[in-house]
Design a protein around this ligand. Structure first.
Ligand code: HEC
Ligand SMILES: [Cu+2]
Length: 349
């Protein structure tokens, strides 16, 4: 029992090793924005370590050098009001704060600069910067990604092209949320009635985890999403197919999936869109079959999908989707529906 405290640092290490899973770490920055932020973290860390080492070194030195020795009764020379010392220990912190402030302020302005006009090609033939605009609307407890220049909407998975500036316009439909993709960009709030802007770029293809970081209700902690960076050609294919999905998505020919489409049209389409058709109370499902997770966090398989449809509140308390029991959708219809949902793919097949 006496040495139990030693377990404390070990448990921290175990806890921290959970970080960094699947591109979820600001300490493994990908792309210019995350790198800029990481170098600010490093700079402040180095300055803090420098201050810590110097202060402790002087402290320990003084404790030993000026300690009271046996039989020594004289009072040491008093330095209160020493101008030189006062000057030194005022100037050094000012310099350190300036070293922190200058890059911080400069980077803040760079990050705040999301003017689209500046990126557009100028009239005298100068090339503009490639950019893709994504409107990110946060809902309790899911994410909507609209691409106004492509006239498409996606749910939960945000596809982006690599090496392209991504302009993010943050909105919220209900309460305040916060958009955070640690490995690519910092976080900014989605505030109802206000648009916040940010930008980032992803040089490498990959799947980047994103999270809501503003307590927004009982299922806030499950409000995960993914940024999926693909090469620009794949992105164009994705965007074209999202706008005009392949026929198996909107009019499946296979009998089972076709039956599933019928169930979908009866019970789901008022809230969920597939292609151009359908409501927008819930996530767009045009490419649902390509998700890695269901509802932001459940592993993608048919058992979990059925469990989710049968009892949504069990998996995300407080979410806006109704549950469908065996009376609403019988087992046969459910099987067809699962088959249809699984067939919703715009990139593969
Ligand atoms: C009243 C509107 C509404 C109806 C009707 C509805 N849903 Fe939903 N659905 C939602 C909402 C809202 C969410 C987001 C839940 C969350 O994650 O907070 C959702 C989430 C989902 C998800 C997870 C999406 C993802 O991207 O991971 C699936 C799959 C789904 N619904 C399928 C269905 C099916 C199939 C039906 C019909 C049987 C249906 N829904 C009927 C509103 C609805
Ligand atoms: Cu949220």
């Amino acid at each position: 029992m006496k040495y139990l405290w030693r377990l404390l640092p070990i448990s921290f290490i175990v806890l921290l090793s959970g970080c960094g899973v699947e591109n979820l770490s600001a300490l493994d920055p990908q792309g210019p924005v995350a790198e800029m932020q990481f170098s600010l973290i490093q700079l402040s860390l180095y300055i803090m370590i420098f201050v810590l080492v110097v202060v402790f070194a002087i402290y320990i030195f003084v404790i030993f050098k000026f300690r009271e020795r046996p039989g020594d009764t004289h009072i040491p020379k008093q330095v209160h009001g020493n101008r030189t010392l006062e000057f030194i220990w005022t100037t050094i912190p000012i310099l350190l704060l300036l070293m922190l402030a200058i890059p911080n302020v400069m980077d803040t302005f760079t990050l705040a600069n999301v003017e689209v006009e500046q990126m557009e090609a100028t009239e005298d033939g100068e090339e503009g910067t490639d950019y893709v605009r994504v409107q990110v609307t946060a809902h309790q407890f899911w994410w909507e990604f609209d691409y106004p220049d492509y006239e498409i909407t996606a749910g939960q998975d945000m596809y982006i092209p690599t090496d392209t500036r991504i302009i993010i316009e943050l909105l919220a439909s209900d309460v305040q949320h916060s958009f955070w993709v640690p490995a690519l960009a910092g976080k900014q709030d989605n505030v109802p009635g206000i648009q916040n802007d940010m930008w980032f770029e992803a040089p490498n293809e990959g799947v980047y985890m994103g999270k809501c970081t503003e307590l927004c209700g009982p299922s806030h902690w499950l409000m995960d999403f993914k940024v999926i960076a693909v090469d620009p050609d794949t992105f164009e294919t994705w965007a074209t197919n999202m706008a005009e999905p392949p026929s198996h998505v909107t009019e499946p020919e296979e009998t089972v999936a076709a039956d599933g489409r019928t169930v979908f049209e009866q019970s789901c389409i008022s809230c969920h869109a597939v292609g151009a058709e359908g409501g927008n109370i819930g996530p767009d499902l045009t490419n649902f079959g390509e998700r890695e997770v269901i509802a932001g966090y459940l592993e993608y398989d048919m058992d979990n999908l059925e469990a989710w449809l049968r009892d949504t509140q069990e998996y995300k308390p407080g979410n806006e989707m109704p549950s469908f029991n065996a009376e609403a959708i019988n087992d046969e219809e459910m099987e067809a529906l699962l088959d249809y949902l699984d067939s919703l793919k715009v990139l593969e097949e």
